[in-house]
Design a protein. Sequence first.
Lengths: 324, 246
Amino acid sequence: MSILVYIDNAQGAVKKASYEAASYGAALAKQSGSEAIGVCVGNVDDAALAELGAYGLSKVLNFKNEALNDFEAGAVTAILAQAVEKTGAEVIVTSHNYNGKAVSSRLSARLKAGLVPGAVELPDTSNGFVVRKGVFSGKAFADVKINTDKKIVSVSPNAYGIEKGDGSAAVEALDASFDAASLKVTVKSVNKVTGIIPLSDAELVVSAGRGLKGPENWGMIEELAELLGAATACSRPVSDIDWRPHHEHVGQTGITISPNLYIAVAISGAIQHLAGVNSSKTIVVINKDPEAPFFKAADYGIVGDAFDIVPKLTAAIKAHKGNA
Amino acid sequence: MKYLVCISKVPDTTTKIEFTDNNSKFNESNVQWIINPTDEWYALVRAIELKEANGGTVTVINVGGAENDQVIRKALAIGADNAVRVNADPSDAYFVASQIAAHAKAEGYDLIFTGKETINYNGFVVGGMLAELLDMPYISLAAKLTANGDTYEVTREIEGGEEVLEVSGACVISCQKGMAEQRIPNMRGIMSARTKPLTVVEASAEAPLTEVVSYTSPPARSDVKLVDADNVEELVKLLHEEAKVI
Ligand SMILES: Cc1cc2nc3c(=O)[nH]c(=O)nc-3n(C[C@H](O)[C@H](O)[C@H](O)COP(=O)(O)OP(=O)(O)OC[C@H]3O[C@@H](n4cnc5c(N)ncnc54)[C@H](O)[C@@H]3O)c2cc1C
Ligand SMILES: Nc1ncnc2c1ncn2[C@@H]1O[C@H](COP(=O)(O)O)[C@@H](O)[C@H]1O
């Protein structure tokens, strides 16, 4: 059974989440003695796609069309469906990132192929095809069985990890039909905060809450994040009162993340906040209140004043990096 | 303009999550049910605002059993004009999407709203499936939408930023924060909700594509290791040597 991996991209570059989807697809192919093939729709050079060989893909099918330099879920789905037909793939893997969510759900309906959104592990094929996903906003996992011949899995960011070896993938142009005149969506502008790691992709995250008292106090958070190569996040009230942009808001009503390290500064740890972060691998909490509920969900904690601790932590990490 | 809003019923955000029947079922006893937050606060309210500005009707649809009528009435109290309940167990996302698609095909809607994801299944899938089944554009994670006739300018979230799109004609929009402000139903709304039409329709024959075989709770985190405020170097050491994250 061959496996297709959707290679999400933006502005000509493969997104990091796609390296993880490729690693996951390749591991699944290995498990079943088959090959994993990438499908890219966008404006990525063949050379960049060949690099996906290092993540285990044997081949990448590339579909380029000016009209699709910007992502459009319906068109990408139609092209992916043609690639599924051509390759006879039985499993299709995407990332559970923004575009991956849109494409995998559309493709599921189009092919009548069962989908598990947000997989956190490789499928268990000992009794059918069962995939584990997070449910109840991080408070439980469900093992979901797919009962159709064709199967779709979208991989929760950072859940599986990126496996990089060496090797290079053969890149072929994908011959698929597409009618640019059918597009009903046009992108008018993109407003991307450049030079900052997108939260959804980040392995390390530094987050702060209302305890910081005002937006002018975020300098130390940004400094710590920059030093670590981390993304910044915040609690909901902080984005509600516009101290921080709302794409930084994590939690039940914001985004859900599962970085390797989540540092929570002056955040109380309300259940709705935890829902967005409790699948982080390691959680560090800095709070002046020893009774703050967040300490119960943390691996490491410091009870103390953020305005005192954060600069000290930054200095200690600087020293550590200097030594390492 | 005819607006359709898909609403799901979910356990209140503070519910203790437990399972029964050998971990194959969610324990529903003592659960307080609510409308999925993004469906209520953003999808429903934005549809009502558009109707208030441009005229038309707002229909809410839910796939579920009779016990869901209570939360459906709340949507009517907030300001939807009428409701449809497809009388069936919402067994999987494809099943739900195909039921809603069957209704939408027959009725013809100008705009279909969903929430961004349910807080119980965390699927993020019903909207995309619905769009595909109806052959419509799908704009997910919309944080802003303005209408100009049947052309819409939509701001959606992307990794590390946002993009502004223009879409014309009928489409499916999944909504998140920014779209609207939560509305609390007032007394008049609650009274009038009692007499607004809530039509119950039987499900069309569609088989689900997936099933949940069992649930597990995540392993409890071991107790927090507290580090003294005067010894942050110790924390750095633990993060490097023990957690191996820096
Ligand atoms: C339906 C619903 C959905 C919600 N969704 C979300 C969501 O998605 N995300 C989210 O974050 N919240 C969400 N909330 C809100 C949530 O319940 C909390 O109100 C919120 O997370 C609190 O934010 P906070 O911890 O920043 O602020 P606070 O609760 O005000 O806590 C501030 C913390 O900072 C500490 N502190 C103060 N000064 C200092 C200092 N100098 N040094 C160190 N520590 C200090 C305090 O001890 C306190 O613990 C939701 C609520 C509801 C009802
Ligand atoms: N049973 C249901 N009835 C009506 N709408 C639903 C139902 N389940 C999910 N939805 C809609 O689909 C959105 C996404 O749900 P999900 O794919 O489960 O995360 C929700 O926010 C609702 O708008």
